[in-house]
Design a protein around this ligand. Sequence first.
Ligand SMILES: C[S@@+](CC[C@H](N)C(=O)[O-])C[C@H]1O[C@@H](n2cnc3c(N)ncnc32)[C@H](O)[C@@H]1O
Length: 311
Amino acid sequence: MKPTYLSLKPLIRWHEVEHPVQWSRFFPNASRLHVEIGFGLGDFLIKQAQEHPDWGIIGLEMAWISIRRTLRKIALAGVTNVRLVQIDARQAFQRLFADQSVTSIDSLFPCPWPKMRHLKHRLFSRDFLQSVNSRLVPGGAVRIVTDHKDYFEWMCEQAAQNGFILFSNKITPQFATKYERKWLDLGVDRFFELRLVKKEHISVPLKEDKALKTHRVAHFNHERLFPTGCRDDIVVDFKDYLFDPLRQKGMVRAVVLEGEFKQDFWVEIQKRENYWHIHPAKGCGIIPSAGIQRTLDLVKQAADQSIGFSR
Ligand SMILES: C[S@@+](CC[C@H](N)C(=O)[O-])C[C@H]1O[C@@H](n2cnc3c(N)ncnc32)[C@H](O)[C@@H]1O
């Protein structure tokens, strides 16, 4: 059997808390907020928590398997000053951290995306570094360690003129993370370290939740609902459609992409009194955004058109 987490307490369900997060609620006595991006197996994150019990430490990861394993290690280590968020770091810095609130950030061996056509996936782009700058306190610092010379040089270019002083170094192994061990086993024992110290403030406004306008229609032909997606600044793909005649309820699954931000959720079309109400289904944990609004509008359009088909 796979080892499971022992407690979900350190996990923050970011869709369900207020934005930006009031981190002092989780770390009432912390002397600073420290963030590790892409903590992988979590060993370094936990080491930091043990060595700095006065820090509030936030680990950002996209992979659930890494989070699950790290939750278990947190419980076994008994550290209480760590919280984990399953999120793309780009979203985290756009939505979860107030301006000038984070003191330090680590990212060890971030994915280098070496192929030319994949460069757009690299995390430490100019745009991302601007959000990072905005959320750092004056003098706050980012430490990035990589084995990948190209990515290191690319990051130096992206960081230039972004309000940071850059320090670069060749360093020896010292973090004992999975990827550091992997490179050591392959005989690589020098890594590129980039330190960015905030010198000037760059203001990037927080992404705010959008006030959604839900819809209702008087008529709708459930056999003729054919919602069509869109592909412009927002991409909406409709994936599935179910209808339950007994409950008088339709469900449409949509995948929405806004830049790198992906949401996969269901839209409900439910008969209540004399109308069919169109809104995001409960329990999907969406972030109200322009893409969610576009999806609701497209489903409403399809519901209107479904009547045209039947007449
Ligand atoms: C190459 S691994 C390095 C893991 C760990 N730091 C180590 O040194 O072993 C990169 C990690 O970053 C995570 N990751 C990649 N892109 C991310 C993003 N945009 N936001 C948060 N985590 C990300 C991946 O899931 C993966 O666990």
